[in-house]
Design a protein. Sequence first.
Length: 193
Amino acid sequence: METTRRDFLKVAAVGGAAATVFGFDLAPAYAQLRELKIARATETRSTCPYCSVSCGVIIYTIGDKAKNVTPQVIHVEGDPDHPINHGTLCPKGASLEQDILNERRLLKPQVRRPGATAWEDISWDQALDEIARWTKKTRDATFVEKDAGGKTVNRCEGLAWTGGCTDTNEFNYLVVKTMRSLGVCYLENQARV
Ligand code: SF4
């Protein structure tokens, strides 16, 4: 059976038993591991959200095993067992922790009204209502049933959709079905896991 780097360190972590298995002294490495900030953290395997390469990451959290404690992300690194990236991350992926722990992270939908210079926070209910209302209004106003030659085209030229890199295949499937049912031609998304 192949031993991964993570397995190797885990064996060391349970008391240096690996020293006899692998034939050399792991005591210094074991001592260092106990000092690491991730030593008692929970590992959650995930996928970098930034691009379609879909590199595997491990997110380390503490405080998620006790009641009434909000889990706290303390570290994110590449997953060495992941078949795509083997533990490596590009600079953008390596900054993933700052994406999670960032005071400037948006937590609410925002809208910039016509003519306005600033964005305003709105509720999710308000955002959904406004998206539905504007989608209907724009589709009704820009739907083309026949082209200039009288050929039936049934397309909506006033709407476009672009997907984000965190969208899953399932989400993209539903997006394509929904947009095509509206007649939307200008449609882009990103292949994802
Ligand atoms: S680490 Fe870089 S290459 Fe990998 S998925 Fe994230 S952004 Fe893409």
